[in-house]
Design a protein around this ligand. Structure first.
Ligand code: HH2
Length: 283
């Protein structure tokens, strides 16, 4: 694996991975997210939390206004915009590299105009017909995530013959389709979508086979923070999964992940430093 020349073009910024993987802090401006719903509801509090994440070492702040947890209901675009726009604008204005976590083209477009430089779409730009064109015109970086089904029903009975091959194959097809639609490859990152239409066993197989995803030659984003497979392994409730999250993060870093999407920025930054040093020492 050679990350020396891998770069991710996000608007007018370029993220390199030569030194270390990057941390994406999760900033949910939602009343119902699975791990932190309602904690950051107010705009002022959300902005303060985002600024603290930057101080703690986050490279990216991922702002979301719609929960995609299993069973979540959809939110109207107007409401999503009302939640996220002031937060995006304030954090981008303070120099943050902001990503907007949305599946809706109007939300992505407005967020980019307000200063976001990454569009993080759990449908890999396939959920809204306008999204590829909005992404292309914006020049933003994009995260293409794999999901089986839709959030409301995705955990009902997820099935795969070979989860690693199917997820990698899907992401590869999305990359090619979007390239054909005019999106530059250097703006794309891929994500296996931990917990999105996957059992705990599927999640473990994907994380245990990260090099297969890295072989796509694009930055690999992983969002595993506090997710339910960690609860299954440790017996811990969602608020008590920091140690499990950090352990899994360190493993992913050693196995080649490029961007880790996390709730606990401070702990995760420490883990990235330690895991990166150990990985280097073994090369
Ligand atoms: N997971 C969640 C949301 N967005 N985006 C990417 N790229 N990868 C992920 O794994 C991912 C994601 C779900 O987690 P969270 O934001 O904490 O909760 P909720 O969707 O309930 O807001």
């Amino acid at each position: 694996m050679n990350d020396a020349s891998l770069e991710w073009y996000c608007g007018d910024r370029i993220l390199a991975f030569r030194e270390r993987p990057r941390i994406m802090g999760i900033l949910n401006v939602t009343p119902d997210s699975f791990a932190d719903g309602g904690q950051h509801l107010g705009v002022e509090q959300a902005i303060a939390r985002g600024l603290r994440m930057m101080e703690e070492g986050a490279d990216i702040v991922d702002v979301g206004g719609e929960s995609t947890r299993p069973g979540a209901e959809e939110v109207a675009a107007e409401e999503e915009l009302r939640r996220v726009l002031p937060v995006v604008e304030a954090l981008a204005g303070r120099g943050a590299l902001v990503s907007i976590d949305t599946r809706k083209a109007p939300v992505a477009g407005a967020a980019v105009r307000a200063g976001a430089r990454i569009i993080n779409d759990v449908t890999a730009l396939a959920g809204d017909a306008e999204m590829p064109e909005v992404a292309r015109r914006s020049g933003a970086g994009v995260v293409l995530m794999h999901m089986q089904g839709a959030p409301r029903t995705m955990q009902a009975d997820p099935r795969y013959t070979d989860v690693v091959a199917e997820v990698a194959g899907y992401l590869e097809r999305r990359v090619r389709a979007l390239e054909a639609a005019g999106l530059e490859r250097r703006r794309m990152a891929v994500d296996p979508g931990i917990g999105f239409g996957k059992t705990a066993e599927h999640n473990l197989r994907l994380l245990g086979n990260l090099p297969r995803l890295c072989a796509l030659g694009l930055p690999v984003v992983v969002g595993l923070s506090r997710k339910s497979f960690l609860g299954k392994l440790t017996g811990r409730a969602v608020g008590d999964r920091v140690a499990g999250s950090v352990a899994a993060l360190a493993y992913c870093v050693i196995r080649g992940a490029h961007v880790m999407r996390v709730h606990d920025v401070r702990e995760s930054c420490d883990a990235v430093k330690v895991a990166t040093a150990l990985r280097r020492a073994g090369e």
